[in-house]
Design a protein around this ligand. Structure first.
Ligand SMILES: NC(=O)C1=CN([C@@H]2O[C@H](COP(=O)(O)OP(=O)(O)OC[C@H]3O[C@@H](n4cnc5c(N)ncnc54)[C@H](O)[C@@H]3O)[C@@H](O)[C@H]2O)C=CC1
Ligand SMILES: O=C(O)C(=O)CO
Length: 330
């Protein structure tokens, strides 16, 4: 079996990744996540590990039987261009790491620590904690957290935030969340209750997948409906929140702040330079900017390598892989 590994995050745990895959496989590492590099390797491959599989790669991989994202998002895989019968699967294990990010950034932004740090560095001495007019005065114990998406990330983030004493409300695609069991005040579907969630939340955590239905889910009208002190934490995908509307809402004080881990621009393969947005988010003091790093821990990638390995073993044994997102042609 030939396996092409194109997820650059697994390079750091190359030995563990290879050990998890079936012994005797031919394992080829793509030098970059560039589509041309991957396409050049997948022609005779059975398995592609990596979530970057546009049509150029998918059509080159005419023998592919499994494309395994090394993450949750499969928005970079063109399933329709893959050979018929090829399975697309995803993997998780990022939820603990991202839940910590959500909790940490909610505290940093809600308490104003980010802007206070910046002010001290400039030689100032801000006193927002003593200013009743300052938007950032609340603890998480007084906060309502609104979770847009309640899967691995949303539910684990809620477990952590709940420990601070926050109240929680959630929406998911179908609204099939048992609110009482999860300790939430209420839960519903995005279609029915997103507006209500945005209006009542002090912290809004976005962790839905990017699909044609969720693109631009939060735009100018939704941001305007939020509290002017609200903190938005986007760990899903940039395009879930309209770029200009978000920038203007943060600049104009329509909302209180944002932690943005997922962006509108990324570095080209093999480079470390990029404009995360065409708009100057970097000039805003109420924004925590991180380079899609909320889930980047050793725990995440060791868990993912083991899960991918187990699925490739299943494929080799003629069994159905787990975490199947779809099968091409079905
Ligand atoms: N920042 C990062 O490093 C990472 C980002 N992600 C992103 O986060 C997304 C979610 O990850 P997980 O929670 O692990 O996935 P998951 O599949 O466990 O959960 C997804 C949740 O989103 C909900 N959802 C789907 N459509 C929705 C809609 N229209 N409105 C509201 N909710 C909707 C689902 O019902 C489910 O509750 C991924 O698809 C990926 O794009 C995932 C991992 C790491
Ligand atoms: O898993 C994902 O979808 C990511 O965004 C990166 O780990």
């Amino acid at each position: 079996m030939k396996i092409v590994v194109a997820d650059q995050n697994l390079v750091g745990i190359r030995a563990e990744t290879e050990a998890a895959l079936p012994a005797g496989s031919e394992i080829v590492w793509s030098p970059t996540r560039d589509a041309a590099d991957i396409a050049a390797l997948v022609g005779d491959a059975d398995v592609l590990v990596g979530g970057h599989c546009p049509a150029e790669v998918a059509t080159a991989g005419s023998r592919l039987r499994l494309v395994h994202a090394a993450g949750a998002g499969t928005d970079g895989i063109d399933i329709d261009a893959l050979p018929a019968g090829c399975t697309v699967a995803n993997t998780f294990h990022h939820e603990n790491s991202i839940a910590e990010y959500v909790a940490a950034s909610a505290v940093l932004l809600r308490r104003g620590f980010l802007s206070q740090d910046a002010a001290l560095r400039r030689g100032g001495w801000p006193t927002p904690a003593y200013d009743p007019a300052a938007p950032w005065t609340g603890t998480l114990q007084e906060a309502t957290v609104g979770l847009v998406g309640f899967g691995h990330i949303g539910s684990r983030a809620w477990e952590r935030l709940r420990a601070f004493g926050a109240r929680g409300v959630a929406v998911s695609r179908r609204g099939a969340i048992d609110a009482a069991a999860a300790g939430l005040d209420w839960a519903g579907s995005t279609t029915d209750r997103l507006g209500e969630l945005l209006a009542c939340s002090d912290v809004v955590v976005v962790s839905a997948p990017l699909t044609p239905q969720t693109e631009g889910l939060i735009g100018a009208a939704e941001l305007t409906s939020m509290k002017d002190s609200a903190i938005l934490v986007n760990v899903g995908r940039g395009a879930l929140v309209e770029e200009r509307a978000l920038y203007e809402a943060l600049r104009d004080g329509t909302i209180g702040g944002a932690a943005i881990d997922v962006w509108y621009g990324y570095p080209a393969p093999g480079t470390a330079q990029a404009e995360p947005s065409s708009l100057p988010f970097r000039e805003l003091g109420n924004v925590l900017m991180t380079p899609h790093s909320s889930g980047l821990t050793r725990q995440t990638f060791l868990g993912r390598a083991a899960e991918i390995g187990a699925n490739v073993h299943r494929l080799a044994a003629g069994e159905q892989p787990t975490n199947v997102v779809g099968v091409s042609g079905r």
